[in-house]
Design a protein around this ligand. Structure first.
Ligand code: NAD
Length: 483
């Protein structure tokens, strides 16, 4: 009997406890050597007044075992509750979210019988940094953060994953025709890293048309790497068109701590009725077994599960007349998988993990960015201007542009409104404006601060400022539309 590997387990909310019990039973019957530490996370913890949904003692277990097997949790409705998943992924540095989306044709109904995609989603940055502000009564904002080390880590992970799993192509989705700086950086780093893997094909699509192609002809994709928000949305699409979100597992990989889960949520309406399909969480468990170096158990469990699906033993969510043979509940499905341990599927392709190296983890260092020459050129001053009238705002702020500092433009929602262009009368303005000031040559930071103070002292409501810099002569700020 191999030494048991300590893992931290959370049974979650809704259908969570039923499907977690099922998965642990199957994995243990398959020979998994696990020393399970149970923690409480989710709804109960939130309702005790902890807005993160996880107690300090639970962190202690996670930091010790470094392996987290998590059933879905419910985030209570109403303000103030932080997503437990986002917190766990970010606090534990789980930068890579790996989501295999495979079709099981002809045993699970799908329009895409050949589909076998792995979505590698960046997990820590982008709009999920969760940095949001209300700028004025009418305007809110969220900041999209994309860094070069964050992009390098995830793109390199996707190529390493592809190489180790004998995948042929890594596609990248971004929207860098619009988001030139943030998605532009992700795309540039993808191009640089792809050049280091000549054995793997590369391609880039704008996320809109890329998503349309993925939904139409998913069999033409292999591994797809993308920033956080696109990856969150499109991995659910990929899982659903493969057959069901209820069938997909997910791994969140960090250099030290990793988390394994189902892609779906806690399905509260199905809870406690012996209805839920444990397959997504079980396939998350298979990824866990590979990760903790028990590949023979992972293989036995996965093949028994494939055989169960192939034998037409299906829970309600994937049951289809003419395809399925027996409609079962969670407990009966669990027994059916256990009864098939040691068997392989006949039509579906059996998996083989004994030879496959585990998911790449740990030890990656990111390149140090070359030092840039930064030059301070000016400042953006975001103001709340309730009258919504750009000409009046111009009159109020332009008089302070002196001492070698000039008002360059005023915009509203990124559209230039001063100096007014031909279409100015058509441009709708909210109560939140941005006033851009440039210095002649390099700006003096003290003079920029004086400028902001003068604007504020006359009663203009200054909400936020951002300095404008060049990096090796390149503008480190986007231009307004119409500029
Ligand atoms: P959901 O994934 O829980 O349910 C969507 C639909 O799929 C429902 O009709 C449900 O009955 C069905 N379904 C999902 N998993 C199933 C399974 N294993 N077997 C059978 N049917 C299944 O999504 P939702 O309803 O939007 O969210 C419910 C709760 O889950 C919310 O509180 C949400 O915050 C939470 N959630 C948690 C996670 C997580 O913990 N990783 C992920 C997503 C949502």
């Amino acid at each position: 009997m191999p030494a048991k590997t300590p893992i931290t387990v959370a049974h979650g909310d809704g259908i969570g406890p039923e499907i977690m019990a099922a998965c642990l039973q199957i994995m243990e019957a398959g020979g998994a050597a696990l020393e399970v530490e149970t923690i409480d996370v989710g709804e109960k913890v939130y309702l005790r007044g902890n807005t993160s949904g996880i107690e300090p003692s639970a962190w202690e277990s996670l930091l010790r075992t470094k392996v987290f097997y998590k059933a879905p949790t419910t985030t209570p409705q109403g303000g103030g509750y932080k997503s437990l998943n986002v917190t766990t992924r970010k606090m534990l540095g789980q930068y890579a979210n790996v989501r295999p989306c495979v079709s099981y044709h002809p045993f699970v109904d799908t329009k895409h019988p050949q589909m076998d995609i792995v979505v590698v989603r960046e997990n820590e940055e982008d709009l999920y940094a969760g940095v949001e502000y209300q700028l004025s009564p009418e305007m809110t904002s969220a900041i999209k953060l994309i860094s070069s080390p964050g992009s390098e880590k995830i793109v390199r992970y996707a190529f390493e994953y592809a190489r180790r799993h004998n995948r042929k192509k890594v596609t990248c989705f971004t929207k860098d025709n619009v988001l030139k700086m943030t998605d532009g950086l992700f795309h540039k780093i993808y191009d640089e890293i792809a050049a280091q893997y000549p054995d793997i094909q590369k391609e880039h699509w704008m996320v809109d048309i890329g998503a349309a192609k993925m939904a139409d002809t998913p069999e033409t994709f292999d591994v797809i790497v993308m920033p956080n928000l696109y990856g969150d949305v499109l991995s659910d699409v990929a899982a659903q068109i493969a057959g069901s979100v209820g069938l997909a597992g997910s791994a969140n990989i960090g250099d030290n701590c990793s988390m394994f889960e189902a892609m779906h949520g806690s399905a509260p309406r199905r809870a406690g009725q012996n209805l839920a399909n444990p397959s997504g969480l079980l396939l998350g468990g298979v990824l866990l077994l590979v990760h903790i170096n028990q590949p023979d158990v992972a293989e036995r469990v996965h093949n028994a599960w494939l055989r169960t699906i192939e034998d037409g033993v299906h829970t309600y969510d994937i049951f289809a007349h003419g395809v399925s043979k027996e409609k079962v509940g969670t407990k009966e499905f669990t027994r059916a998988v256990i009864a098939r341990l040691g068997k392989k599927p006949n039509t579906l392709k059996p998996v083989s993990y004994a030879k496959a190296p585990s998911l790449p983890v740990g030890g990656r260092s990111v390149s140090q960015s070359a030092a840039s020459k930064m030059d301070l050129r000016g400042i953006d001053v975001i103001v709340h201007w309730p009258s919504r009238n750009p000409q009046q705002l111009h009159a109020a702020v332009s008089k302070y542009a002196s001492n070698g500092i000039k008002l360059d433009m005023i915009d509203n929602r990124g559209v230039i409104v001063w100096p007014a262009g031909l279409a100015a009368a058509e441009t709708f303005c909210t109560d939140s404006f941005r006033c851009r000031f440039f210095a002649d040559g390099t700006a003096d930071p003290g003079k920029l601060i004086d400028l902001v103070r003068q604007i504020s002292d006359t009663g203009v409501d200054v909400v936020m400022t951002a300095t404008l810099r060049t990096f090796d002569g390149r503008e480190g700020y986007s231009l307004a539309q119409g500029q």
